[in-house]
Ligand binder design. Structure first.
Ligand code: PRX
Length: 657
């Protein structure tokens, strides 16, 4: 394994533990015997978990793994996912319970009860059907955090259409690639979005993306920014429809149809080690079972009592599993917030927690570190005593941030659940159980009951306690991905070929066991970067850079960043000597990447260099570039084709060339 960044080194020396209080343990959903129950009979355990859902037809087999790595869970079972997230709560007498406390960035709010949610989802389902959308069709959704995003996702689920949600910050090029890859028939978006107090266009970007897109028949547009948005909303008659014109007049009656447990639910694109994002496919019964099970146990959620808030965006898997599917299946009352955490002020999250008495708060380490930077005096101004469980996701959390989170936000009392999982795993896989686990700052600790994870060496042998290696998942799990959209080979190659002999799923993360056998995640071991909890591949950014006419070659690395976890650092060779590599050229390249992929992929730093370090077979040695990017002494250069290259790079950078 490569050397660890300074932030992660602390993870290797951390030894504090925080046992749960008797009070918390006594009332917790999860009890310690859950592990033993699951170990005794894993399939039986998952069968019991699936019982938290309403099935139209009972399954006949829990797991069919005969066609591995393609799993089938709850074989023969039929259910409607949207019915499980909405209607059944109304039928059981909770129609008046608030499902969503929505908070708009400018300060407008909407409270949506389960009865209202049912009406909205039913109307949207009728609207999609009226446009000819049927089961198996793909609907692309590029929306900010407005209630219609959730209505749209559930409407798709209700009629068996797959949604493909594309993060609102992705560029037209990125949206188009996703629309084309899945042959999306419908795109749902908004006129504009509020971002840091300003209305920014959204529909205009979608139009740019869809120019000449052959599969898209209709574009549905939610009115959000209205007259706050400068200029007209571009419109294509015959293709574009306002959400309110299309949906509001529809009947609120809609009979949900039961679909097979393995019916596709959604595609979500994520970065891999090549330039092309992969469409991760998730299906219905197993996915919803694990999302609901984990939400119940990991967050200790009590329906009707807790107020839950997951700060993720629905453009990512966390928003899918822990805003939409898991929580709603469990009859949550949750906050959904549209905007950025410092609009209009840096206490916005704490103000919302105080107002709605949020009791479970789930966020990302990068945001915790940002809050730390803003200062503890900001949360101190608010009443946060309602908080009783705190969650973290997206990247390793450094012990300093963990302790700050516990002390400053959790009053040194609320258990912290550091949850490890991926777009591909669908739901949480490794996490403490609050009320059971003695937590450790920076460790996700143990595979959940029903899940199995191991740390193995290069040969796939489990390492001893105290040892480090690769994280693998050695047993199938209900929420696992069912493939990469349209690319079976890539599915096998990416996840199942590294440890093919053992049949392990290769997660792409480095990890170690401590002396107790708890797991500590140490970051990616492949060419995937993690910037503010967002997965971005080095090759994706490199392809964006070389698509610029001035760039001859590019190499990108993730360098340790105190706030964002990693920052993108690019090394570029410009074409010909005619081009100057000054500040302006570098700015232009940064903007070019933002335009090609989205602002989240904008390199923190671009260094213009005369050469790139390569092995004799032409592979770029990113390890050496990381040394430069992190201002470290350059490591072993003996495998370089030309060992003087690193001198050339270092000297060039020092002299500012
Ligand atoms: O490297 C791991 C990191 O995020 C990757 C998955 O990214 P994505 O599919 O975008 O999903 C993020 C939200 C689930 C993982 O391979 N990661 C996620 N959670 C943690 C983590 N690394 C360490 N600790 C975590 N709790």
């Amino acid at each position: 394994m490569t050397e660890q960044s300074p932030a992660l080194v602390n993870l290797l020396t951390e030894s504090r533990t925080f046992p749960p209080s008797d009070e918390f343990a006594g009332q917790a959903n999860a009890k310690a015997d859950l592990y033993a129950k699951a170990d005794a009979d894993r399939e039986q355990f998952w069968a019991e978990q699936a019982e938290r859902l309403s099935w139209d037809t009972q399954w006949t087999q829990v797991l069919d793994w005969t066609n591995a790595p393609f799993a089938k869970w709850f074989v023969g079972g039929k259910l409607n996912v949207a019915y499980n997230c909405v209607d059944r709560h109304v039928e059981s007498g909770h129609g008046e319970q608030v499902a969503i406390h929505w908070v708009g960035e400018p300060g407008d709010t909407r409270d949506i009860t389960y009865a209202q949610l049912k009406d909205e989802v039913s109307k949207a389902a009728n609207a999609l059907t009226s446009l000819g959308v049927t089961a198996g069709d793909v609907v692309a959704i590029q929306l900010q955090m407005v209630p219609e995003a959730i209505f749209a996702m559930l409407a798709c689920a209700r009629i068996g259409a797959l949604h493909s949600v594309v993060f609102g910050g992705f560029s037209p090029t990125a949206l188009r690639a996703r629309v084309d890859d899945a042959s999306a028939k419908i795109v749902i978006t908004s006129d504009g979005q509020y971002r840091r107090g300003k209305a920014a266009p959204m529909k205009a970007n979608v139009d740019e993306a869809l120019e000449g897109a052959e599969t898209v028949e209709k574009v549905i547009v939610v009115r959000r920014t209205g007259s706050d948005l400068a200029g007209e909303v571009p419109w294509t008659d015959g293709r574009d429809l306002w959400w309110h014109d299309l949906v509001d007049g529809q009947s609120a009656e809609h009979t949900p149809e039961a679909f097979d447990s393995e019916h596709p639910l959604f595609i979500l694109y994520t970065s891999g080690t090549t330039g092309r994002p992969k469409g991760i496919l998730h299906t219905s019964g197993g996915y919803l079972t694990q999302a609901a099970y984990t939400h119940h146990n990991v967050f200790d959620h009590k329906p009707g009592e807790d107020v839950y808030w997951c700060t993720a965006d629905i453009g990512w898997i966390t928003g899918h599993s822990y805003i939409v599917y898991g929580p709603l299946a469990n009859r949550v009352t949750q906050v959904v917030y549209e905007g950025t955490p410092n609009t209009p002020h840096e206490g916005r999250h704490w103000e919302i927690i105080q107002k709605y008495k949020v009791s479970i708060y789930y966020t990302a380490p990068t945001l915790i570190r940002t809050f730390m930077k803003w200062g503890a005096d900001i949360p101190a101004k608010y009443d946060l005593t309602s908080l009783r469980v705190l969650g973290s996701v997206g990247e390793p959390i450094n012990p300093e941030a963990w302790i700050w989170y516990r002390e400053t936000i959790g009053a040194s009392k609320a258990p912290i659940v550091d949850t490890w999982w991926q777009t591909e795993t669908g739901s949480i896989m490794i996490s403490p159980l609050p009320g059971v686990t003695s937590t450790k700052p920076g460790s996700a600790q143990r595979a959940l009951p029903g899940i199995s994870a191991k740390v193995v060496d290069d040969q796939g042998n489990e390492v001893p306690h105290g040892g480090g290696g690769y994280l693998v998942l050695d047993q199938p799990w209900p929420g696992m991905l069912r493939g990469v959209w349209g690319d079976e080979e890539r599915f096998r190659e990416t996840y199942w070929s590294r440890f093919a002999d053992q049949g392990f799923y290769f997660a792409g993360d480095g990890a170690k066991y401590d002396d107790d056998g708890d797991i500590w995640l140490l970051g990616r071991v492949d060419d995937v970067m993690n910037v503010s909890g967002h997965r971005i591949s080095t090759t994706e950014v490199e392809s964006a850079l070389v698509s610029h006419p001035t760039v001859a070659e590019a190499a990108v690395v993730g360098a340790t960043d105190p706030t964002t976890g990693q920052g993108i650092v690019a090394f570029v060779i410009l074409r010909g000597n005619a081009v100057d590599g000054g500040e302006e050229a570098v700015q232009e390249l940064r903007n070019h990447v933002a335009k090609e992929i989205g602002p989240i992929a904008k390199p923190r730093q671009i260094m213009v260099v005369p050469e790139l370090p390569k092995t004799r077979s032409g592979k770029i040695m990113r390890r050496l570039l990381r040394d430069v990017a992190e201002n470290r002494a350059i490591g072993d250069v003996t495998t370089l084709a030309d060992s003087s290259v690193m001198d050339l790079i270092s000297t060039g950078l020092q002299s500012g060339k």
